[in-house]
Design a protein around this ligand. Structure first.
Ligand SMILES: [Zn+2]
Length: 285
């Protein structure tokens, strides 16, 4: 995750009525920090207020300079949504998004006043934001299409300069790639990610991600063919020769996402040991 570009400005006006504040949570997983976006000039919508950091919430309110009416989230991972509750408490704003599913690494404090389904819109006087359901990184993930600019705000579906974690069971590789293809077909002008800079050539960026995932999938299929009956854990060094051992735990999750996709595509078979819970894989020839 070291591919993120140079340090980002903490505050930027991206175009008329679209501003960005970078939350003060930089890390290996969040790059320069989570991007919080502000829409509008007289009635403000805030997207992804980030972690519940009081100073960041105060910064959002100050920079907004007008009443914050709505707070939207792309998904309920801890670096995107926990600030929403705090911001709504301070401003009385309406919360929009999808509730957190069960599981670890989910912000259960996020309780939307309005649950958005695919295609539903927030219609403000100054802008329209359309929800695009994009499961894969997270089952409740929404991107938002800013109709006026034809920019898509992509959260963790597409980020700048790095690949995102697909962590089953909430993460799903097959759904992720399907959702990437749907987003590509929207023909957006630019992608505004949850981490990193604006992506000006969406089709190229999405093609690169799909290609990268499919190349890895081929390596997974080849490794399972050569070593039938290995567990997910045992397959890691065969698939991730290019990855340092310290990253094997992360790689194992990603590998499992690929294996489940191969299973869903009818190409791989999984047998589970009742005692150990180990999953062993073989290709269906
Ligand atoms: Zn996430």
């Amino acid at each position: 995750m070291t591919a993120f570009g140079p340090a980002m400005e903490a505050f930027s006006v991206l175009r008329r009525g679209v501003r960005r504040i970078v939350a003060p949570n930089p890390s290996m997983m969040t790059g320069p920090g989570t991007n919080t976006y502000l829409f509008g000039e007289t009635d403000i919508a805030v997207l992804d207020p980030g972690p519940a950091i009081a100073a960041h919430v105060e910064d959002i309110i100050e920079r907004a300079g007008a009443p914050i009416r709505w707070v939207l989230v792309t998904h309920t991972h801890p670096d995107h949504s926990p600030g929403a509750k705090l911001l709504a408490k301070e401003t009385g704003a309406e919360l929009l998004g999808r509730p957190a599913p069960q599981g670890r690494q989910q912000d259960r404090s996020f309780a939307p006043d309005r649950i958005l389904d695919d295609g539903e819109c927030l219609q403000a006087e100054e802008f329209v934001l359309e929800a695009v359901h994009t499961p894969g990184h997270a089952s409740n993930h929404l991107c938002y299409l800013h109709r006026d600019s034809n920019w898509l705000f992509t959260g963790d579906h597409v980020i700048d300069g790095s690949t995102v974690v697909i962590n089953p069971p909430d993460g799903n590789m097959k759904q992720y790639i399907d959702a990437l293809r749907r987003v590509r077909a929207l023909g957006c002008e630019a992608l505004a990610p949850g981490h990193g800079e604006i992506i000006r050539d969406p089709e190229h960026a999405i093609d690169w991600i799909i290609e990268h995932r499919l190349v890895r999938e081929q390596k997974v299929a080849a490794a399972v063919s050569r070593h039938p009956g290995l567990t997910t854990h045992e397959l890691v060094p065969h698939v991730y020769r290019d990855v340092h051992e310290t990253l094997y735990r992360l790689a194992e999750r990603s590998l499992r996402a690929h294996l489940i996709k191969l299973e869903e595509d009818g190409r791989a078979h999984r047998s589970e040991s009742a005692e150990s819970g180990d999953e062993r894989w073989r290709m269906i020839e």
